[in-house]
Design a protein around this ligand. Structure first.
Ligand SMILES: Cc1cc2nc3c(=O)[nH]c(=O)nc-3n(C[C@H](O)[C@H](O)[C@H](O)COP(=O)(O)OP(=O)(O)OC[C@H]3O[C@@H](n4cnc5c(N)ncnc54)[C@H](O)[C@@H]3O)c2cc1C
Ligand SMILES: NC(=O)C1=CN([C@@H]2O[C@H](COP(=O)(O)OP(=O)(O)OC[C@H]3O[C@@H](n4cnc5c(N)ncnc54)[C@H](OP(=O)(O)O)[C@@H]3O)[C@@H](O)[C@H]2O)C=CC1
Length: 465
């Protein structure tokens, strides 16, 4: 078997890469290989600004791609070996494919706390299989522990119903991966409200079942919780206890004959918590479990595949995109990498353009999306938009903050350096994203308007039309 382009991975990076290649190279053969029998696609893509988009994530059987694009074939299988000298790969134990260009988009896996080894009561969440396992265990749980302070933990603490939660975080404020202590405090009031009870949990989307042979599915992505009933076994709404500046030191399995709960977790603050389940929402690590004949594939210290500004790895004709890779180029001032859906999609699309350009011997300019960091999500029931250096990243202490907050309504923070906007946190329906994005990109001197920028009585957008 052979193809001009071979892409490994049915997550958003791999699928976007294949679809973009089908557009740029409609006459060339493309093969997408995925270990999971379901792939992730984006629908209802809506541009809010030049660089911020909203969209729905859909799951579809892997062969959807080949029925949509004549030049894409799909193979359900696992990459075992790359022989880069003769440009071949081995899928499972018997399928050999020759490629001209290869793009590795195999994602990442949850990086669990070390105590998770051989402990069935400690779980991570990544794909449909893992979430189903979690939901099944949660349904009989009265007390659970969530470890971690990033995206998954913040979503779970807000979404879990009918079970008490101990939330163990290393920081002194909640949701520290995304926001500062002020915004953490702003979110805090949502924690103890039982929003969920009034929110219908509907599964409107068609769901497909993975076949039993597929194990490592693609990451669930935005809004995954809308499709599941995340409910424990208590009658009452959840009580959330936050353990600040704390980590797990030990997890002991209890004797079920004498204890109400199956595990006892020891914390660095000296407390011992008995609970039914521990969810380790402690980040991700790359998923590299194939052999490569060349020793040239450069990896970062945490095993990500290093790519340059054209998404090329250190091995000729091999590219990588998405959670598996490390963007090793000089980043634009207002952009930085983060393992997010949007960036996986942007990288997949850009890797396709780069491979197509390499085949056609065309010069490729780096995509505009790498000029400014943008992330749009929902946390604790609020719309959250993060732009540029929203937490003062890269700026040291040399910046000032303009700030406006209306409790339970909105939280706005603008980061300025030398009078110019460097980043913004927009929580709630602020409608300021387009203005902020423009001001970060054009670096207009805002010194004359500073007092008015966040004055709620002034329509600042008029200023900059
Ligand atoms: C619960 C959860 C919620 C999230 N929510 C958000 C959010 O709200 N916003 C946001 O921006 N990001 C979110 N993310 C992160 C986002 O989903 C990921 O950054 C993104 O999906 C990564 O895409 P990917 O294609 O690089 O990798 P993956 O989605 O991990 O896809 C990798 C693919 O490669 C396949 N594969 C792996 N190994 C092999 C192999 N050896 N051979 C063949 N195929 C292989 C897998 O089966 C899979 O299909 C969330 C992640 C999780 C887990
Ligand atoms: N709404 C969104 O945008 C969402 C995005 N995601 C994405 O999905 C991926 C997985 O999410 P998630 O697992 O939440 O990862 P994140 O990277 O978002 O957060 C991991 C958190 O765990 C902490 N942590 C790491 N190791 C330990 C440890 N041993 N003990 C205690 N805490 C620890 C980290 O702290 P520190 O940083 O200090 O090490 C950090 O607070 C991420 O790429 C995330 O961005 C997921 C859900 C929602």
């Amino acid at each position: 078997m052979n193809a001009t382009f071979v892409i490994i991975g049915g997550g958003i990076a791999g699928v976007t890469c294949a679809e973009t290649l089908a557009f740029y190279q409609p006459d060339k053969k493309i093969i997408l290989v995925s270990e999971s029998s379901l792939i992730k696609t984006v629908t209802n893509l809506l541009a809010l600004t030049q660089t911020i988009t909203t969209f729905n994530v859909e799951e579809a059987p892997i062969n959807t791609l080949s029925s949509k694009y004549e030049n894409i074939s799909v193979i359900h299988g696992k990459l075992r070996k790359i022989s880069d000298e003769d440009k071949t790969i081995l899928i499972n134990s018997d399928i050999k494919i020759t490629y001209e260009y290869l793009c590795i988009c195999i994602g990442a896996l949850p990086k669990l706390i070390p105590q998770a080894k051989d402990n069935p009561y400690i779980l991570g969440i990544r794909d449909t299989d893992s979430v189903e396992q979690f939901i099944s265990k949660l349904s009989s749980s009265k007390r659970v522990m969530i470890v971690g302070n990033g995206g998954i933990a913040s979503e779970l603490v807000y979404k879990i119903q009918n079970t008490d939660i101990d939330w163990v975080i290393k920081d002194n404020h909640i949701s520290a991966t995304f926001v500062d202590p002020g915004a953490g405090e702003f979110f805090q009031s949502s924690l103890h409200k039982n929003f969920n009870a009034s929110e219908p949990i509907l599964n409107k989307r068609m769901r497909y079942n993975e076949d039993s042979s597929s194990k490592s599915g693609a990451a669930l992505g935005p809004d995954w919780y809308k499709h599941f009933q995340i409910k424990g076994a208590c009658e009452l709404p959840p009580q959330v206890k936050i353990h600040y500046q704390t980590e797990v030191t030990d997890v002991k399995i209890n004797n079920v004959a004498t204890s109400m709960f199956p595990v006892e977790v020891s914390l660095t603050n000296g407390e011992k918590i008995n609970c039914d389940l521990v969810i380790s929402a402690t980040g991700v690590e790359p998923n590299i479990d194939f052999e490569i004949s060349s020793s040239k594939l450069e990896l970062s210290p945490v095993n990500e595949i290093i790519v340059n500004e054209f998404m090329q790895t250190s091995v000729p004709n091999i590219y990588a995109a998405g959670d598996v890779c490390h963007a090793n180029w000089e980043h634009a001032k207002h952009w930085f990498p983060m393992k997010l859906w949007t960036q996986a999609r942007q990288m997949g699309c850009y890797a396709a353009k780069c491979m197509s350009g390499a085949l056609n011997k065309e010069e490729i300019l780096q995509d505009f999306c790498f000029e400014i960091f943008t992330h749009t999500t929902r946390l604790f029931g609020y719309k959250v938009i993060l732009l540029g250096l929203y937490n003062g990243q890269k700026l040291g202490n040399d910046y000032e903050i303009l700030f406006r907050m209306t409790k339970e309504h909105e939280y706005l923070k603008l980061i300025l350096q030398n009078g110019r906007l460097q980043g913004a946190v927009l929580i709630g329906d602020t409608d300021l994203e387009e203005m902020c994005e423009n001001l970060i990109l054009n670096q207009l001197d805002l010194s004359p308007y500073k007092e008015d920028l966040l004055d709620p009585n002034i329509d600042v957008e008029d200023y900059f039309d």
